[in-house]
Design a protein around this ligand. Structure first.
Ligand code: HEC
Length: 127
């Protein structure tokens, strides 16, 4: 898994960066579309979905970081001590590498606060 992820990293990053481009410009407020464009390549959003590159995000709000059964989290995520409140998610998604140093989510961070708010609202519907 770790090896595969390492090999895929450049491709995934390119896809994520492509997804964050002009395609979204027409609909910045649609959290589902932001999720589709920037998260769904690595995360499912439905109940009991099999692990993807990243853990299923159904029910992520209120969950303790790194605890979803069936997903092989990094030690950094398992020991982060975080619980995914909207506030912690906001901090994490803006700069994953800074908030959980050494975690394995290959995502550069979301700096557009409107887009970040939109995706957070979407995550709150996943329950
Ligand atoms: C290129 C793949 C990739 C993309 C894109 C990505 N993630 Fe992740 N994500 C991961 C991986 C891998 C992990 C596991 C991190 C670890 O164990 O260190 C993760 C972990 C997470 C976690 C922690 C979950 C938990 O149960 O502790 C959250 C929350 C999260 N991602 C949200 C998002 C959101 C929201 C987006 C879109 C804005 C996103 N991710 C985009 C790969 C990705």
């Amino acid at each position: 898994m770790a090896g595969v992820l390492k090999a895929l990293r450049p491709i995934l990053l390119a896809a994520v960066l492509a997804g964050s481009g002009p395609a979204l410009a027409g609909d910045m407020s649609g959290g589902a579309r932001v999720f589709q464009a920037q998260c769904s390549i690595c995360h499912h959003d439905t109940k009991n979905a099999p692990p993807s590159v990243g853990p299923d995000l159904f029910g992520v709000i209120g969950r303790k970081a790194g605890t979803l059964k069936g997903y092989a989290f990094s030690a950094a995520m398992k020991h982060s001590g975080l619980t995914w409140t909207p506030e912690e998610l906001d901090r994490y998604l803006a700069d994953p590498g800074k908030v959980v140093p050494g975690n394995k989510m290959p995502f550069p961070g979301m700096h557009d606060s409107a887009r970040l708010d939109a995706v957070l609202s979407y995550l709150e519907t996943l329950k």
